[in-house]
Design a protein. Sequence first.
Length: 542
Amino acid sequence: MARQFHFGGLLNARAFRDCWFILCVALTGCGSQNSPENSELAEVTGTTVVTQPKKVLSAEKREQIIEFCSDCHALPDPGSFPKSSWHEEVERGFNFYFDAEEQSLTPPVFNEVVEFFQSQAPEAIPVSKIELPLDRAQTPFQVPEIERRPITPENRLPAIAGMSLEPIGPNGISIPVFCDMRHGTIHWLYPEDNGNCASESIGQFKYPSRAHACDLDGDGIQDLIVAELGSEDPEDHERGGVYWMRGTGERGQFEVRPILENIGRVADVRSGDMDGDGDLDLIVGEFGYIKTGGIWMLTNKGPADPVRSGSLEFTAEEIDSRHGTIHTPIVDFDGDGDLDFLALVSQAYEAVDLFINDGNGEFTRRNLYEAEDPAFGSSGIEVDDIDGDGDYDVLYVNGDTFDSYFVKPYHGICWLENQGEESFISHKLTGMPGAQYATLGDADGDGDLDVVGVSLMPEFLRTAHRELRFASVIYLENDGNQNFSGSALEFDQCDHASCVLFDADQDGDLDLVVSNFLAETNETTDPVTIWKNKASTKPISE
């Protein structure tokens, strides 16, 4: 499947809502997964639930339901929703199935599917308090001084979806680049000579999700490639796209040109020479919704018109047809000299997959991790050598509360340790309700990688569980042996979709930059908040 494209002239978190249950009405056969035994004692993630069904389904009917609902994904965990929600969830799933183009399965009886899940579901989802002490003295970061400004039509609250460090700053240093979905703007945090940073708007789109830097046309000037969702709410449409912000050489000045249009909601796009021909290709994560979505490779064919400067042509090929891709980091994962990429695929799949390159831009998919529950709420990954043993590990975050509007007891941050030969061990670093993103860096200057994480949660969920005090910004210190001790920097301001560790004042240590999203109760109207590092070091400029 290929299309020609050329130049002719949080990710809203709610995208996860209403989508995950499509697993129960799988549209194509992928092989059944393991299923629970025919027992009234059901082990659900983090909770043991003992229930008495209204009526006992026969073993044959239970097997039909299990086969139908795990045809292409893991079987839904009955403990993912309270008993009162399962009628609605099953009804939504059946509607997805009958609206689909392909209907190759034999659906079981609707009421029996409802009974199957209700009989094993709890009356309410248990929510445990995560014991993260508010002990800022044990963290490297100072509490920021925040000045709240009145909200006006000209000063609307920010909704920063994606933020990443990109090598587009002065002298090639990496600086934060972030996307405001509410305003449709791309910003960067640019360091100034006085040790401060200026937030500057550098691009205008509709609903940008993420932006990454690269020299796409090889002219020696850094550009940006932008993932455009095309809508804030989840929809199947063709308003998403990939855009090229071509650098002009003047600070903050870019020429915007389309690369790929008329596609579903694009959550991420990364660059790399995937086919080994010396130019940059693109890996595109099309989150989509239900009927749209996939992973694409845009192969750079060079100038569309050799006479015309700044015009490139790409061929688009679909690598993976699943919807729900969030992040697509590119690395030489297997160390063979060519570029591979990873994909975090949510929307019921809840998988971290590795796509191994054969050196010519052809990929073989390998699953590195798959959650047991299709409502697990995957929300972010980063790739780095966390334990310093010379291979790539994965920092994995799950805590999406916009997929079901429930706080789940298994939300948190995990380290997927690379054991070699595509074998990984999952280590739970901390629980964190609403965990949305986490990043790595040597925050305390002791030579190992520490973790900071942030949470995003609807206001009504925080209100419903106000007595628990949800941690919204956390710091996990690495003792050098990958034992992580956690401290909360902030509680109850769960309005953050991303974060980076960045030397904001250029004094030689890493500060914490936290983005602000849907900040109805946040203490600031600024798009990002900077937590300065308390370490006293000599400025780099001296």
